[in-house]
Design a protein around this ligand. Structure first.
Ligand code: PLP
Length: 495
């Protein structure tokens, strides 16, 4: 690098002059460091009204270029207030996630290299680093070496690719002949629990299978798929001439982080020769903690598994890893090499574009590689362990407070809970309605304060608050603060 720096070009290029780039680059890194230093002073949830930013932006592009200083000033003045700060330590909504310093450096370099990782030769570094980094990650989470990975943008896209590979395996010439207008094609079936993420539905829709192809299997009282119900559904479908081909199990469901019984599901898939895809987009990362390898029990029998480093591995969005046991099928589903992409080495190398819809792919492995190297396996495990400890601490406060209740087992770093006081003389129905409204009001009040951000779900038809811990900056102080806020709002709104 120092050699590169010394070899300064005197030729003007169309881009920003090197000295200016250096100056603004340093300023920008300082700006980001200050942003993280002061992020707690900013409201977590953006306080702007819909349309407010748009109204402040010129409707037409500038005719002449503007100085970087003016552009950066507008980032401060206009963009920051319109941000919901995912990196704020009191962001507890959805699945809390965060970027990290080595991840930001990885993104910066990736933008500088700007490779389109489509063929090995257009991006040897990206192609080979991806393979090695994903093998490191595989080892850290204790998955067997039969699974090798690719990085896609999101779990939605990873799962869609997994289902496409599974469909390729049914040998019904769908790649060649499609699905429409075919009298010879039976209904193909995918199974997932009623707690599965909507990305599975979307994958089914995108692949042209149709929503009726997805059969939702009921979950038990702990929100885990019922294997008996799965087995019965498959038997029934087969009797009706439907062709089952794929089961999606979830390790860490979105509403409650419940873990489907993968060993039992894998057994059923084995009996019926069905593709088992595991959606471990959220909880898969927790398996980097050695004592939590059990989360992926049964996944040694999975055909594919998705895990999102951009959820709980401190990787800036986007980075979703799909591990697959049958790369031949994934390749068969997507590989298409026109003359202009043919290379002499193509039989010897792995090219990303053969394994998915996209031709060009971002150099996402770089940031993940830098994160794994900077924190090390132990550092990553320690951070995730601490998040789980904080969530369990919060759970213990909820459990011992009479006006609050736990709504689902809190196994990892997500707590589902709600205010649940009683009012004298109230019947069941009135209480149910009042509690839904009360919890919603508490959540909105906490979020409007700008001091913390929570989201909700419905469990057993009851509005439930979710506190998710996954941000690298979150400490016990922040968890105590949100607990105080919740209690203050409860006093105010229920009193
Ligand atoms: N699967 C699960 C279990 C999730 O919780 C989510 C999102 O929260 C997804 C899939 C979709 O993730 P992505 O935004 O990467 O598509």
């Amino acid at each position: 690098m120092s050699k590169l720096m010394r070899a300064k070009s005197q030729e003007p290029s169309g881009d920003m002059p090197a000295e200016e780039f250096r100056r603004h680059g340093h300023q920008l890194i300082d700006w980001i460091a200050d942003y993280f230093d002061q992020i707690e002073d900013l409201p977590v949830l953006s306080q702007i009204e819909p349309g407010e930013l748009k109204a402040q932006l010129p409707a037409a592009p500038p005719e002449q270029g503007e100085p970087m200083q003016a552009i950066l000033a507008d980032v401060d003045r206009l963009i920051v207030p319109a941000l919901t700060h995912w990196s704020h330590p009191s962001f507890f909504a959805y699945f809390a996630t965060s970027t990290s310093a080595p991840g930001i450096f990885g993104e910066l370099l990736s933008a500088a290299f700007d490779v389109k990782s489509m063929l090995w030769r257009t991006s040897p570094a990206s192609t080979e680093l991806e393979e090695v980094t994903l093998d490191w990650l595989r080892q850290m989470i204790g998955l067997d070496p039969g699974l090798s990975g690719f990085i896609y943008d999101t779990a939605s896209v990873s799962s869609m690719h997994a289902i496409a590979a599974a469909r390729e395996g049914v040998e019904m010439r769908i790649r060649e002949d499609g699905m429409s207008g075919r009298k010879d094609l039976p209904l193909l079936r995918v199974y997932a629990s009623d707690q599965a993420h909507s990305s599975i539905d979307k994958g089914i829709i995108t692949l042209g299978l149709g929503q009726r192809s997805l059969r939702k299997i009921p979950a038990d009282s702990e929100f885990k798929m019922k294997p008996g119900a799965l087995a019965a559904a498959i038997e029934e479908d087969k009797r009706d001439g439907i062709v089952p081909f794929c089961v999606v199990a979830t390790v860490g469901t979105t509403s409650t982080s419940s873990i489907d019984p993968v060993p039992a599901i894998a057994q059923i898939c084995g009996q019926h020769k069905l593709w088992l895809h595991v959606d471990a987009a959220y909880a898969g990362s927790a398996a980097v903690v050695p004592e939590m390898h059990y989360l992926l029990d049964g996944c040694e029998r999975a055909d594919s598994l998705v895990l999102n480093p951009h959820k709980w591995l401190f990787t800036p969005f986007d980075c979703s890893v799909l591990y697959c046991r049958h790369l031949d099928l994934l390749r068969r589903a997507f590989s298409l090499v026109p003359e202009y992409l043919r290379t002499p080495e193509q039989e010897k190398v792995r090219s990303g574009s053969d394994y998915g819809v996209q031709l060009g792919r971002r150099f996402r492995a770089l940031k993940l590689w830098m994160i794994i190297r900077y924190y090390g396996h132990e550092g990553l495990a320690a951070r995730i362990r601490e998040h789980c400890r904080l969530a369990q601490l919060f759970r213990s406060w909820v459990e011992t407070a009479p006006q609050w209740e736990i709504m689902a087992p809190a196994l990892l770093a997500l707590v589902c809970f709600r205010a649940s006081n009683t009012v004298a003389g109230e019947n069941e129905n009135d209480r149910a309605q009042r509690l839904d409204l009360l919890n919603e009001a508490i959540m909105h009040a906490v979020n409007a304060s700008g001091k913390a951000f929570l989201s909700h779900t419905k469990l057993n038809n009851k509005l439930t608050l979710r506190l998710s811990i996954g941000n690298i900056r979150t400490t016990e102080k922040h968890v105590r603060q949100v607990w105080e806020l919740l209690n203050q709002q409860f006093q105010k709104l229920a009193g």
